[in-house]
Structure formats: structure tokens, C-alpha cells
Design a protein around this ligand. Structure first.
Ligand SMILES: [Zn+2]
Ligand SMILES: [Zn+2]
Length: 143
């Protein structure tokens, strides 16, 4: 009989721990959907404007060229660097950052860390970025 109580208590406490961890885990920001956040957009000619997010490129409000959302990274040596982002829609209709472009370089996929075009150091994402756009970044503990 005692062992039954022990088993029940163990199950209850495991359930409590599981619930605790579930509630602690924040939902990824990108699941809110791009239209829910305002982004800084930058066109090929360098005009910057602020508009709601969307997966497709926008037309620049000034010159009409293609504009992409920009997020800010920083090089330990050269300071802030703007990175343009392209999004792809997955089968669940969730937008994911899929390609990145440092300054006006070429587009690269997010599998490798972004590097400074001048010194080749790995760029660090600035914390206030509104997106989970973190190429090459692995969370501690895996996942
Ligand atoms: Zn423009
Ligand atoms: Zn650098």
C-alpha cells in the first residue's frame, strides 16, 4: 500500500515539474506571425522605413525598389552591422527567416553564423531584435 502512495506522489510531482517547465518555456516570437510586428525595412537604394512584417519583400515607399526587413548584428571590432532578412513560409504557414545578407553582400542561408565582411569575425545578434532570426545559433543544452 505504501509503495502505491509513493508511486502516486512521484507521478504527481513529476507532473508538477513537467507543467512548470512547460509554462516557463516562452513561445518563439516568430510564431506571433510577421504581420503582428513592426519592422525596419531597407531598400536596395538604402531608404529605411517602418512597416508591418510580411514574408514577401515590400516595395520601397520612396523609390519602389525591393526592400527587406533589417535586423541589427554587431561585430566585436566594427560595431553595428545591418543584416537584411528574407523569409520563407513553411507547411504550417509560419514564416521563418531563411536567408541573410550582410550590408549589400550576397544572400546566404542561415546554417552558418554570419560573419563581419571586414574582419570575418562571427557577428553577434543585438538583443532587441524583434525576431528569432539567429543563423547558426544553438541554444545551450541543445534543441
Ligand atoms: Zn528606396
Ligand atoms: Zn568586423
Amino acid at each position: 500500500m505504501i509503495s502505491l502512495w509513493v508511486a502516486l506522489l512521484t507521478a504527481a510531482s513529476l507532473f508538477a515539474i513537467w507543467r512548470f517547465w512547460r509554462e516557463e518555456e516562452p513561445a518563439p516570437i516568430y510564431q506571433r506571425g510577421l504581420p503582428d510586428v513592426y519592422l525596419d525595412w531597407k531598400c536596395e537604394a538604402g531608404h529605411v522605413f517602418r512597416m508591418r512584417g510580411q514574408a514577401e519583400p515590400r516595395s520601397c515607399t520612396v523609390c519602389g525598389r525591393a526592400a527587406y526587413p533589417i535586423v541589427r548584428y554587431s561585430c566585436p571590432q566594427h560595431g553595428d552591422i545591418e543584416v537584411s532578412v528574407r523569409y520563407a513560409i513553411d507547411e504550417n504557414r509560419v514564416a521563418h527567416a531563411s536567408e541573410f545578407r550582410v550590408d549589400s553582400g550576397r544572400w546566404v542561408s542561415g546554417e552558418e553564423p554570419l560573419r563581419c565582411p571586414r574582419c570575418n569575425r562571427v557577428l553577434i545578434r543585438k538583443p532587441k531584435d524583434p525576431f528569432e532570426a539567429a543563423p547558426g545559433e544553438r541554444r545551450p543544452g541543445g534543441g
